[in-house]
Each structure stands twice: as structure tokens, then as C-alpha cells.
Design a protein around this ligand. Structure first.
Ligand code: DX5
Ligand code: ZN
Length: 217
């Protein structure tokens, strides 16, 4: 089976001890650190802003995989870049000109990602596919951790795998939402490179993180 990267979503971490939690998943073998940014407008939840990303930066040298679920997004991209994001991922619905937003992220020296909600078709991002470093497929409705994987997204993952392979470029195909050992297998078989895992990583507390991450791989 394909080797995959694991990106623990700190949405499921203990928010009172976020720095320690980031250090713990780093030590447990995380490849990326997934940071879910929500504004209570684009999605029905409010999480963290650039100040928290900046505060976490000294706790890990791993790639900060920052998933922006905020709209309009453009005004905040530079703040997250400055705070220490390595990959900045946006949704096509979060602004009027997706291509411009991607160029903005790249102009700040960061890797650019684009995220598809379950209802958003792959064709919505075809015009930027060659420009991005990562495509994120949401396998839950964005907003909360701990939801169930939406099986209807598997053909979308396969479609994207084929389009990325046809381009022959190093573009991560990241799956986000409802990942556990069973759905991880399905996502990997469909062509995933990177698995976001909140609940599945943080279940059981710090002593279990390494085993949880290993089980997903
Ligand atoms: C949902 C977020 C996810 C979430 C995943 O809007 O984008 O990253 O934290 O959580 P789990 O792995 O628990 O489904
Ligand atoms: Zn996410």
C-alpha cells in the first residue's frame, strides 16, 4: 500500500496545553501539524487565529499545515504566513478569485493548498490544479472534529489522483475528516498521500499518540 503522511489535527488536542500537545505529536511521528482555522461564518465553529499559530511555532519544526475555513480569506493570508504557516489551504468559496488567492499565498513564499467541501466538484479547482502544492478533500462537512467519513467522496479522491498523476507534479492529495484505521485504508486505496487525523490521533492521551499514528499508516 502507498506510504502516506499523517497530519494530526490539533482541533482534537487539549487546548489548555496546545504547545505540549504539538510537541507530543511531533515526537510521536507526525509528518505535518494540521491547524484548523474557523471563523463562525464560513463554518459554524470558531477556533484559532494567527496569534496561536505564532505561539505554537517554536514547539515544532514540522510543517504547519494551516487549513483556513474563513471567508473572505484574502485579508488574513499574510497574517498566517507571518505567524509561521508552511502550507496555507483555502476553499474556493472563501473569496471571489481563487487563482488570485493562490498567487497571493505563493508570493509570500508559502505552499498553497485548495480544499473541496463534500458538495464542491473537482471542476471548481481544475483551473488552479497546476498551481497548487496540495489538494484537500473534505470527507466531512467542515466545522467539527469527530464526524463520520462521507463515503461518497471516494470517487472524488480517485478522480483527483488521476488528474494529479496526469500532470506529473508533486501535489499532495490530503484527506480530512472521519479518518480512522478503516477509512484510512479506503482513502489510501483511492489515492491519498496525506491523512488528516484529529480524533484518531488524540484518542487515549499522549501515551497513545505514536501507536495511533502508526495504526493509520
Ligand atoms: C473539520 C476539520 C478537520 C477535523 C478532523 O472541519 O477540517 O481537520 O479536525 O477531525 P477528525 O479527524 O476527528 O474527523
Ligand atoms: Zn482541517
Amino acid at each position: 500500500m502507498r506510504a502516506v503522511k499523517i497530519s494530526p489535527s490539533i482541533l482534537s488536542a487539549d487546548f489548555a496545553r496546545l504547545g505540549e500537545e504539538v510537541r507530543a505529536v511531533d515526537a510521536a511521528g507526525a509528518d505535518y501539524i494540521h491547524i484548523d482555522v474557523m471563523d463562525g461564518h464560513f463554518v459554524p465553529n470558531i477556533t484559532i487565529g494567527p496569534a496561536v499559530v505564532k505561539a505554537l511555532r517554536p514547539h515544532s519544526a514540522k510543517i504547519f499545515d494551516v487549513h483556513l475555513m474563513i471567508s473572505p480569506v484574502d485579508a488574513y493570508v499574510a497574517d498566517f504566513a507571518k505567524a509561521g504557516a508552511d502550507i496555507i489551504t483555502v476553499h474556493p468559496e472563501a473569496g471571489p478569485h481563487l487563482h488570485r488567492t493562490i498567487q497571493l499565498i505563493k508570493s509570500l513564499g508559502k505552499k498553497a493548498g485548495v480544499a473541496l467541501n463534500p458538495a464542491t466538484p473537482v471542476d471548481a479547482i481544475q483551473h488552479v490544479l497546476e498551481e497548487v502544492d496540495l489538494v484537500l478533500v473534505m470527507t466531512v462537512n467542515p466545522g467539527f472534529g469527530g464526524q463520520s467519513f462521507i463515503m461518497s467522496q471516494l470517487p472524488k479522491i480517485r478522480d483527483l489522483r488521476a488528474r494529479i498523476d496526469a500532470l506529473g507534479k508533486a501535489i499532495d492529495l490530503e484527506i480530512d475528516g472521519g479518518i480512522n484505521t478503516e477509512t484510512a485504508r479506503l482513502a489510501i486505496e483511492a489515492g491519498a498521500d496525506v491523512l488528516v487525523a484529529g480524533t484518531a490521533t488524540f484518542t487515549g492521551g499522549p501515551d497513545h499518540y505514536a501507536a495511533n499514528i502508526r495504526a493509520l499508516r
